[in-house]
Design a protein around this ligand. Structure first.
Ligand code: ZN
Length: 204
């Protein structure tokens, strides 16, 4: 079946252009933010992710759940797979993952299973976040790997604003569509009466 082409609300936020010379948390989170803007432009929930090792980006991805029809296609999952392929090892021991929103249960699990050194997220998620927001998988008593965690505070306002604006504009677009008059259903063909289609009682 042909899917309709998505028409995302126009993204009002520009991409960021951080200096390449200062490879700090804000630098890498800016790249994750730019990925989130790419997600928005494809009508995906604007969440972006970057993985760094030795000051270099080895993976960058954004949410593609809608386009891929895949509930596991979160930015972090895609970036972790990319990073493992880039270094030829599933253990991402010297890597830091930057993501614009706190990882969900699935992605929090993946950050532990991939043995990332550190996770830095911009916006805490008290509803679904599993690295400190709703709960913290990193605190499981018998887990054999601990992440270093930077929970919020790096481009937090910018990343939150991006998410909030996206959902607000999507809701507004949904309400606008709902307020349009419903298309007129096609008239059902009238079964012929005793006199056939020229039934005089209907004045035709
Ligand atoms: Zn996730």
């Amino acid at each position: 079946m042909v899917q309709p082409v998505p028409t995302p609300p126009e993204c009002p936020f520009p991409k960021r252009f951080p200096s390449q010379l200062v490879r700090d948390d804000a630098f890498f989170m800016s790249l994750a933010y730019n990925q989130a803007i790419d997600a928005w432009r494809q009508d995906e929930v604007p969440i972006g992710c970057v993985i760094e090792r030795d000051g270099e980006v080895i993976a960058l991805a954004h949410n593609t759940v809608e386009a891929a029809h895949d509930p596991t296609a979160h930015a972090e999952m895609l970036a972790i797979t990319q990073a493992a392929a880039a270094i030829g090892d599933w253990r991402l021991e010297n890597c830091t993952l930057y993501v614009t929103k706190e990882p969900c249960p699935m992605c929090s699990g993946a950050t532990l299973m991939s043995r990332l050194k550190r996770v830095c997220y911009a916006v805490p998620d008290p509803k679904m976040g599993c690295l400190g927001g709703a709960t913290n998988l990193n605190d499981l008593a018998r887990v054999n790997h601990r992440l270093e965690l930077t929970a919020g505070g790096v481009l937090e306002d910018e990343c939150r604003l991006l998410l909030q604006a996206f959902f607000k504009l999507k809701r507004a677009a949904g309400e606008e569509a709902a307020s349009l008059p419903a298309p007129t259903p096609l008239a059902k063909p009238t079964p012929p009466g005793p006199l056939g289609p020229l039934d005089s009682t209907r004045g035709v």
